[in-house]
Design a protein around this ligand. Structure first.
Ligand SMILES: [Zn+2]
Ligand SMILES: [Zn+2]
Length: 162
């Protein structure tokens, strides 16, 4: 099954009601959106860029390409690397989602959703960039930055900018 076929398969699964559409938005209310998470597993990214962007570890949930934005005029985009963008509210600065440009994969801020019931904290990335001053006590699958890049980055991606 190629990547595109897998996406079609996912869309069919959501049509069948296996995935649930959730609502979300930014702090000021200028951006409202719906997205359908692939599952309820939340991941944290501790990399330098995510921490500076979100004022903490970036907690997100994979939503493939299911985001529908009500007012995309308020969404600002920062292209942080050759292969990814970071979208945020231009009025209040709220983090919205991290987007892989190629496969159109979106990792939506878990805290941008109106209701996080059922979310499960399952994995942590870039553990080698996590500052010493905090630790989560949840039992999670943890990967270093090199392990994350080896597992997910497109072959053309160079450097360690994510
Ligand atoms: Zn806002
Ligand atoms: Zn990161």
């Amino acid at each position: 099954m190629c990547f595109r076929e897998m996406k079609k398969h996912d869309e069919r699964a959501s049509d069948m009601g296996q995935a649930i559409k959730l609502t979300g938005g930014c702090l000021c209310g200028a951006v409202k959106f719906t997205a359908t998470p692939e599952n309820r597993r939340v991941g944290a990214c501790h990399c330098d860029m995510c921490r500076r962007w979100t004022a903490g570890p970036f907690l997100s949930i994979g939503c493939a390409n299911t985001i529908k934005i009500e007012n995309d005029a308020a969404v600002a985009i920062y292209k942080s690397s050759e292969w990814a963008e970071r979208h945020f509210c231009s009025k209040c600065g709220s983090t919205l989602w991290y987007k892989f440009v190629g496969p159109q994969e979106h990792f939506v801020s878990a805290e941008a959703f109106d209701d996080t019931a059922g979310f499960e904290f399952s994995h942590q990335n870039f553990m080698d960039e996590k500052p010493e001053y905090y630790n989560f006590s949840n039992e999670t699958k943890n990967m270093t930055g090199a392990e994350v890049i080896a597992a997910y980055a497109p072959p053309s991606a160079g450097g360690d900018n994510v």
